[in-house]
Write a protein that binds this ligand. Sequence first.
Ligand SMILES: [Zn+2]
Length: 71
Amino acid sequence: MDNNNIRKCQLCKSFVRIKITSTNPLTIEEYGIVTTQFGGHFCGSNCALNYVLQIKKKKKAQIKKLKVECV
Ligand SMILES: [Zn+2]
């Protein structure tokens, strides 16, 4: 299994969830990756929200709504 193609959560650094769609040839698909309006890819909405909150603190910007998106 080639782990190099699988991305890690930007926040907690654990691998994002994958599913094996084919065994011959081995095809792995990422799923359940959550992204935000600031980009990034996360293992779940919890990490995505924490990421948004971190940016919000750093920028002290007025962010009207927190939005996470499942891709
Ligand atoms: Zn995470």
